[in-house]
Design a protein around this ligand. Structure first.
Ligand SMILES: NC(=O)c1ccc[n+]([C@@H]2O[C@H](COP(=O)([O-])OP(=O)(O)OC[C@H]3O[C@@H](n4cnc5c(N)ncnc54)[C@H](OP(=O)(O)O)[C@@H]3O)[C@@H](O)[C@H]2O)c1
Length: 432
């Protein structure tokens, strides 16, 4: 009987996500097998620390610290990797695929750095490698880009794909707090790690964007080719002024294919308040895909956490169980014969928000406008803010029309040389 057929699963990792996957496989086995017609049997779970307390519902006999008990066990047909980090995860995934096992991973770092090779290996070994949980937690974006949206030429992917930074930025906007205060609160509530570098510097988002760009444009966009700026230099004033100008500030991960070249970047940006992305708050994620056939499609949901990520991982397991019945693996991503070049950030054309502290006296604006004009950067609006009588300074907020990034950076360098410019406080791009 087909319904009694078992698929033996090995789990690498029993942390936040692994705990959720184990609980689902152990606790909801009957319900799952009714849905998919096969029984997913959890055979072994790899952990690092044998002394750590484990959930009571996980039988001790399942736990091992020896990866070979999973990778070299011919009975285990599917390996689920929820350990994290590039190594040894990449090595274990290679071993599992080489041994003819199907693989599900939630690991964006491994997929960003080694995904194309792993997918090629999976294809060569005629097994499946699925990675829905690596981007956007419970949001089904990987499967949609791989399958349902495949007929499209994708023009852009614009996303909020790091819940930690989005939580911090939401608190800064709503509570008018500075970055360190909002970060501390995020850490206390378990939304940010003790070392938040990967999240707040945009590293995590660059891994996820690398995965999305690979799926969207059918070519590798390595994390090191993704321009990256973190959120730590944002201040409470930026949110206040942005709001007055009609914008929210969001950390965006954007990949575009325009004019025969790809550009990929992660940075905080001003987003018009009536744009859907401006309304994505707290730990939520959103991915907007623009395709030539589907137009703009927005995916929104919980981008992390035990339950949403478990939903994605188990969904991949179900997909594998179904595919095991029939056809062999699909080609993972059809590689382009002639890849698009990847443009440097200097080529970006964008609008800009600039906040300067300047001497509070006549003629200052003329000097700044002269530098901008020389670089063909035209001013959209200028607002003078917060005069400091003791220092005899004022804050100047300038927004520009569309200009080239390299010219704007050059103009900034020239401005810092002006005696009337005391500080360049912030430069933030405006995404319309
Ligand atoms: N947490 C989320 O919300 C979320 C969302 C989407 C994707 N992901 C991805 O899912 C993966 C897991 O994240 P997580 O939050 O569940 O991590 P976690 O809580 O830190 O758990 C990691 C697990 O892997 C085990 N492990 C780590 N290195 C190991 C090694 N070298 N050998 C054996 N076992 C090892 C750990 O063992 P011990 O228990 O013995 O320490 C632990 O059980 C990561 O790739 C992450 O990016 C997480």
């Amino acid at each position: 009987m087909r319904s009694t057929q078992e698929i033996k699963v090995g789990l690498l990792g029993l942390g936040v996500v692994g705990g959720g996957v184990a609980a689902t496989l152990l606790g909801q086995g009957d319900a799952l097998s009714r849905k998919i017609g096969r029984r997913l049997v959890l055979e072994k779970i790899l952990v690092r620390d044998p002394a750590k307390a484990r959930p009571a519902d996980v039988p001790a006999a399942l736990i091992t610290t020896n990866p070979e008990e999973i990778l070299a066990d011919p009975q285990i047909q599917v390996v689920v990797e929820v350990m994290g980090g590039a190594q040894p995860a990449n090595r274990y995934l290679q071993d599992a695929l080489s041994a003819g096992k199907h693989v599900v991973t939630a690991n964006k770092e491994v997929m960003a750095k080694h995904g194309p090779e792993l997918l090629a290996l999976a294809q060569q070994r005629r097994v499946h490698l699925l990675f829905e949980a690596s981007v956007g937690g419970g949001i089904p974006i990987v499967g949609c880009l791989t399958n349902q949206l495949l007929a499209n030429d994708i023009r852009s992917v614009r996303s909020i794909i790091n819940g930690t930074t989005n939580y911090i930025l939401t608190r800064m906007a709503h509570q008018h707090t500075d970055f360190p205060v909002a970060l501390k609160e995020a850490q206390e509530r378990g939304y940010a790690e003790a070392d938040p570098t990967n999240d707040v510097e945009g590293i995590d988002a660059s891994y996820k964007l690398s995965v999305l760009a690979y799926l969207a444009f059918h070519q590798r966009v390595p994390p090191e080719n993704i321009y990256r700026e973190g959120i730590s230099r944002l201040q409470a004033q930026d949110f206040r002024y942005a709001q007055e100008l009609g914008y929210a500030i969001k950390s965006l991960a954007i990949a575009t294919l325009e004019g025969g070249a790809i550009q990929a970047r992660v940075y905080p940006a001003l987003v018009p308040l009536d744009n859907m992305l401006a309304k994505v708050d707290g730990v939520y994620n959103a991915v907007e895909v623009d395709g030539n056939l589907c137009g703009r499609v927005l995916f929104h949901g919980r981008g992390a956490g035990r339950e949403p990520t478990t939903s994605a991982v188990v969904g991949d397991l179900v997909e594998i169980a179904r595919r095991m019945d029939g056809a062999g693996p699909l080609p993972p991503v059809a590689a382009l014969e002639r890849p698009w070049p990847i443009r440097p950030i200097g080529d970006l054309r964008s609008r800009y928000y600039l906040r300067l502290t300047v001497a509070d006296r006549p003629g200052v604006l003329a000097q700044i406008a002269h530098i901008l004009g020389e670089r063909l950067i035209s001013i959209a609006a200028v607002v003078q803010k917060d005069t400091n009588l003791a220092e005899q300074t004022a804050e100047l907020v300038i927004t520009t029309h569309s200009a080239q990034e390299a010219s704007v950076q050059q103009a900034l360098r020239e401005m810092t040389g002006l005696s009337v410019v005391r500080r360049v406080n912030n430069l933030i791009r405006i995404e319309e």
